[in-house]
Every structure is written in structure tokens, then in C-alpha cells.
Write a protein that binds this ligand. Sequence first.
Ligand code: BGC
Ligand code: ZN
Length: 360
Amino acid sequence: MKAAAVYPDKKSLGVVRDFPEPELKSPSQVKLRILNVGVCGTDREIASFLYGAAPEGYEYLVIGHESVGEIVEAGPESGLKPGDVVIPMVRRPCTHPECVACRAGRSDFCYTGDYRERGIMKMHGFMTERIVDEARYMNLVPPAIRDVAVLVEPLTIAEKALIETVKIQSRLPWEKKHKAVVLGAGPVGLLGAMALALRNFDVTVYSRDREPNPSADITRAIGGKYISSQDRTVEQMASDVGSIDLVYEATGASQLAFDVLKYLGPNGLFILTGVPGRHGPIQFEADTVMRNLVLKNQCVLGTVNAGKDAFEHAVADLSSAHSKWPIAVKSLITGRFPLDDFANPIHNQTGIKNVVEIAH
Ligand code: BGC
Ligand code: ZN
């Protein structure tokens, strides 16, 4: 069986051809044949040897964490059956008894940092033909969205953020038409824009490229506005939008994020999802930002990974988005590559979401 791997010590990528096919080890497990695996910035970091780690005893890490698979074998206690299409979760809990988050099934809030992540941290991932895992990490998807279901995992980032948004903003009267600004028009930004549009936010996507471009077309198709940072400065964009209730940052560019934070509106929430590289120090108007945070009751939130609730919301929202805007949702996937060519979409960052297609 084949698997796509990163060799941290050899600083190379390769397809492992004799990767052993996994077998069920308990009645609560399932075996999947993997259909699609998405490629994202995290995979690029791992393939640049800046992030991630191989499992103990291995010189390589099988990558891939954004996936969709079909059950081929289901343990009698799994609650699933062959033919079911599922999205596996990425993170597995740490083993420290004192980690109340992992013990409560919320490893996305792990305190110790000793969690593992499939395809990222000390556990082989999903860019291979077959995987075995516990059924409790599987999320069933309706057959209607099978072709785009690989977008569920990157959508969970927005879904977790929105679950928290509802909780955080329950601190105040918030029943009004909200204005959201999404920073970045990559897959995370556009999926976030969709999730916000489904919740009736007035959405503006602020990104580098000028129109016409495919991300701007998708933004418009879902009823959003698109503004290029080459045409409008942050200040101009903020005055175009008016009072901003929510910013969903999806670029990992710290300068941009802190520049936009200055224009967050009263009672606003600023959500950071991007992971910047460690570049040098940046300058921003810290006094203004701090004054605003206090005098305008603002909140800044960072978020990573996702729990079961976010996966469930992502499946439901992707289904709604797919029936509301079928072309826009399909056009998020811009490239499909065979497993043998997995390094291509990692090294050549073109289009929106590139997918390694392992089976149909
Ligand atoms: C994945 C998350 C993961 C994070 C950090 C992201 O690309 O979507 O599941 O927690 O990387 O490793
Ligand atoms: Zn990812």
C-alpha cells in the first residue's frame, strides 16, 4: 500500500510503497479507504521541516490531515457500516490525568501540549490508501456532499470560532445585523466567509489580489463584498465597511492583523486563526489598540483545531452551502492530484484548495 511521507532527517518527501495496510484491533474501530486529502499551509510547513514530528520509531511522517474516506470495514461496536462516508478528526488526547480538557474529550483545548495530531504531530496521517481509527473520531457526512467533503476539516476552524463567538457575545445584547471582515481569500478565509454568510452576517473579504480573480467571484456568489488591499488601504477598507462587529483573520500576517485590529468596532470580536512564521518584530499602534480594547469592550480570540461539535456544524454548514451555492462550493477545489504527485500541490501553491485524490 502507498503513503505520502515527509522525512525530517533526510529533508525530503517521498511515496512509501510498502506501507503496511492497517488492521482493526478492537470492535470499536473502523477501516477507511481514503478518497481525498486536502493540502494546506500546515502541510507546507511540515514539508519545509519547520513543523510536525514523525511517530516514535519512524524516520518519516505520513502527512495529510484534511480528509474524507469511505468505511470498508466496521467493528461491531463502531456504530458505522461499510459504505458510510466519514471525516476523521485530527487531534488525539494527551495522556496526563490532570489535563481536564483531554479527559473531557476536548483535546482541541489540551493544556499540556502533549496531544498528537494525525498527519502533523507524532502520528501518521491520512494521505494513504487505508487507515484504521476509533469510530468516535469519525464524522458521518451525507452522500450528497461526498465530492466536496474534504472541505469539512478546514471549515471546522470557522465553526469552532463561531461556536465561541455565540458564547462570548452572549455577554451583551448582540441581536442585530452584524458586519464581518474576513482577512484573506484562501480556503480558510473563504470557508469562514461562507459560514458567516450562512448566519446572515454582512461579509467583506479583504485580500491582496485585484479582481477579477476566482476568490472574489466566490465571495460575490455567496453575497459578500470583495476588497483588494492593492486598491484600498486598511483605513479605507474600514471606512467602506463601517463599524466592524467581527474580524475573522485567515492570513497569518501579523502586521495586517494588528493594523486591522485598530479599526474593530464597539463590542467587536477579533478572531485569529493564522499561524505566522517567526519573522522580526513589527510596529503597530499599541496605545490606540489597547485604548480601544478597553473603551470599546473588545475581545481578541485565538483558536486552533476543533471538537466534535465543530465537525458536526461543519458537515451541516457545508451541506447548506452546497445546496445554496453549488458552483461556489465546488470551485473552492481548484486542483486534484494523484498520490504519486502529492509533492506538486505542496511545492506549487496555485489555485484555492488542492486535493490529493486517492480514490473515487
Ligand atoms: C489543522 C489543525 C491543527 C493545526 C495545528 C491545522 O492545519 O487543521 O487540526 O490542530 O494545524 O497543528
Ligand atoms: Zn490544515
